[in-house]
Design a protein around this ligand. Sequence first.
Ligand code: ZN
Length: 335
Amino acid sequence: MDQGLLREILTHGTKFTNSPSDKFMLMMMCGQAKLENDNKGVNVKRGFRAKIEMGFRPNMSPLGYLHDKYAEKGTCKIFMDPVRGPIIKEAFHKVAYEGWTGRSVKRWLDDEVNLTTRKGKQVTLSMIYRMMDNPFYTGRYEFPQGSGKWYDGKHEALITKETYDKVQEVMKCAPKALPGTHEFAFTRIFKCGVCNSGISADQKVKRLKDGTTKRYVYYGCMKRWMTGCKQPYIREEELLDQLYKIIDKVDINELAAIERIKQEIERLTKMISSLGGHIATAKVAEIMPDIDVYACAKYILKEGTKDEKRDLLNHVNTELLISDGKISFKGKVKP
Ligand SMILES: [Zn+2]
């Protein structure tokens, strides 16, 4: 206006012309608006801080908690998600005390308990790691993150500080799984003897006193988390030991098994001859009918590779059940 570019300003009900008194009025009104605006900003921040100090963390609450959408604005309560909360608590315990990895937690969440996010999506591995790292679950939180300012939340703690610390310790030195180590050989062959659902496996990595780690595979009822089937877990070695003792009573499809053994002998024969050795193939064919499938099975259970064991068990006709940590049969049993 001073530069002569604007002649007058019209607002609702007021007209400002290029006169000293109008310009003074305009300046006053702009200043007042700015003051109001700035005050609003301060109030929002103050409200925020009050909310934090009262124990309500602003922003989205993590998975395992829900917001009370109908609470008075600003005092919105966070409470435990009755479905996801206990599952997440269980996940923390599995990692802290049972040697579970993030990956085994993921498999458990996806395949057994079917935990999804609030939007109904599968929980990703990185979400699991972030969750395990989030102290909010202990009932306390830092805000802003990294500021060193800790507050006691109004929300219920899902886990104790001890559990949280243990998880951090375990997560820090968790050995990364080697490719292929996550295959479980016998999940499809056994069934739960109590509820007849499938068997699932999990691995636990135990830290030994000398600092090395050992991997254990456990098998247990798949519906454990849904129907509350209380069947105990059984170690893979124990399962194989038991199977070894009872294999004589199990009905093995001998023809198929012999066929498979034959293939294996042929493969080895070829390999030996390619190395310049020699096996009388006629002899192999001759001894074929005399092969004792049960002796082979025992050998495989004791000395075979994981693939060989799985292969052998694919030829078992008897339905194998696990109840109370013991293998039992159903259906066809060898006479
Ligand atoms: Zn069961």
